[in-house]
Each structure stands twice: as structure tokens, then as C-alpha cells.
Design a protein around this ligand. Structure first.
Ligand SMILES: Cc1cc2nc3c(=O)[nH]c(=O)nc-3n(C[C@H](O)[C@H](O)[C@H](O)COP(=O)(O)OP(=O)(O)OC[C@H]3O[C@@H](n4cnc5c(N)ncnc54)[C@H](O)[C@@H]3O)c2cc1C
Length: 219
């Protein structure tokens, strides 16, 4: 839900890591903004009224904020963010959202399922909580879209739908058909709505209670 009551900060861009032609991690000053892993912030160019939502990619113990942004060709803000240079300024507000790890979920196995940049909140989970017990399933069109997957070690599983590569050829939901998991698992789904609706139904059909399935839709 849109809220304009939170204070916005002007933050200098500190670093940009270009992961693919279309995707970049943008690091900027944090200015003390408190958030819980899984929450999102609202970001735009400083002085520009156009702002969009981006999950925080970085851990909550870092003294900076990072977001993972994919350039949407017909879009406005994502292109501007991908084209930023070090020293440019962004306007940042937040945090927002409830896609957080509950105390209870932290003690149970986690099944983290994402498409594209929907991996971002899971990076924040893993960077914030050392030794987290998770399996991360990530679906992308191309094999080079495994955004900094070495960070997750053996917990990462890559489904690639449009070319050879990764750990599985097909969509995340194709892979889920044969996936088994502990009944105490908490599943977190993040990315595009088609994947989320389909995966939600599949997990329910496999017996996972609705209360153990958490979702964050990007578009
Ligand atoms: C809670 C939340 C968190 C989000 N976190 C992230 C994030 O971490 N990283 C990220 O890159 N995006 C994220 N998004 C999407 C982001 O807010 C913008 O919608 C996206 O960057 C496009 O903005 P734009 O101004 O370039 O395009 P707009 O001018 O706003 O929209 C253009 C069109 O692009 C579609 N679109 C939006 N995102 C995508 C996409 N990834 N691929 C293809 N089409 C898309 C929209 O539905 C729209 O039809 C998040 C969205 C939400 C609701």
C-alpha cells in the first residue's frame, strides 16, 4: 500500500556491480535506515518524483543499502537506476512490507522460491542470518542470470527455462512438481505473480498449510 508519511533520505551511490547487461546491484548510503530482512524500500533519482519499490538486497548489519535492479525496457525508473554512476544521488524511503522471517520460521527449514530479481530478499535473509537453514530455488530465462549465486553455496538451485545451463532445464514450477520437503517447512515465494500463484497452489496440494506459505509479488 502506498504511504508517503515516511521520511525520505538523499543517499550517495557508493558502488555498482553490473551482473548482466540488464541487471545491476546498486549500493548506496544507508543513513541509519532500519529495516528487517525481506522488507522493501522506495527508490528514485534524487529530485525526481518517480519512485519504485525495491527489496533490500543487503544484510541488515551492513552500513550501506543495496538493491538488485533489472532494467525493464518499457519502464522508467529501473533504467535510471541501472544507469547510475558512483557519486550520483538517489532518494530512499521506507522500509515497507511484511515479507519477513518470523522468529518461528527461523527455527524451521526454509524453502525460498524466486524468479528473476525476486531473489533479492533472500540474499538479505542469508546475509543477515549466518547459518540459516534454507534451500533456494531460483528461476530465470537465461543461464547467466544466477545473480551472485556463489554466495549461497550448495543451498542454491538454478532453474533455467530458455536455454541450456543451470541445475535444471525448465521453469521453477516444473521443478517443484517432484520436490519433497519437510512438513515443518516455511516457504517464501517472491517474483512474478504467475509463478507465485502456481507455486502457491502446488505447495498447498503437497500438504503445506497456507500459514507456512509467504508471498511477495513484484509485478
Ligand atoms: C514489493 C516490491 C518489491 C520489488 N522489488 C524489486 C527488486 O528488488 N528488483 C527489481 O528489479 N524490481 C523490483 N520490483 C519491481 C519494481 O518496483 C518496478 O516495478 C520495476 O523496476 C519496473 O519499474 P519501471 O519504472 O522501470 O517500470 P514501470 O514504468 O513502472 O513499468 C513498466 C512495466 O514493467 C513491468 N515490470 C515490473 N517489473 C518487471 C520485471 N522485473 N520484469 C519485467 N517486467 C516488469 C510492470 O508490470 C509494468 O507493466 C518490486 C516491486 C514490488 C511491488
Amino acid at each position: 500500500m502506498l504511504s508517503t508519511t515516511k521520511k525520505r533520505n538523499t543517499c550517495k551511490v557508493l558502488e555498482i556491480r553490473r551482473l548482466t547487461i540488464e541487471t545491476a546491484v546498486v549500493r548506496f548510503e544507508r543513513h541509519g535506515l532500519e529495516f528487517e530482512p525481506g522488507q522493501y524500500i522506495r527508490v528514485g533519482l534524487e529530485g525526481d518524483p518517480e519512485i519504485r519499490d525495491y527489496s533490500v538486497y543487503s544484510g541488515n548489519d551492513k552500513d550501506y543499502l543495496e538493491v538488485l535492479v533489472r532494467r525493464v525496457e518499457d519502464g522508467l525508473v529501473s533504467k535510471q537506476l541501472c544507469d547510475l554512476e558512483i557519486g550520483d544521488e538517489v532518494s530512499v524511503g521506507g522500509p515497507y512490507g511484511h515479507f519477513k522471517l518470523t522468529e518461528e520460521a527461523l527455527t524451521k527449514p526454509l524453502l525460498l522460491i524466486s524468479t528473476g530479481t525476486g531473489i533479492s530478499p533472500f540474499h538479505s535473509y542469508a546475509e543477515s542470518h549466518e547459518g540459516l537453514n534454507f534451500r533456494l530455488i531460483h528461476g530465470t530465462a537465461r543461464a547467466d542470470e544466477n545473480y551472485e549465486s556463489e554466495f549461497y553455496g550448495e543451498n542454491y538451485f538454478h532453474c533455467v527455462s530458455r536455454e541450456e545451463g543451470g541445475d535444471f532445464k525448465g521453469r521453477v514450477t516444473d521443478y517443484l512438481k517432484d520436490l519433497d520437503f519437510d512438513s515443518e517447512t516455511n516457504a517464501f515465494l517472491c517474483g512474478n505473480c504467475d509463478m507465485i500463484y502456481e507455486a502457491f497452489d502446488m505447495l498447498q496440494d503437497k500438504g503445506l498449510p497456507t500459514g507456512q506459505i509467504h508471498t511477495e509479488v513484484y509485478f
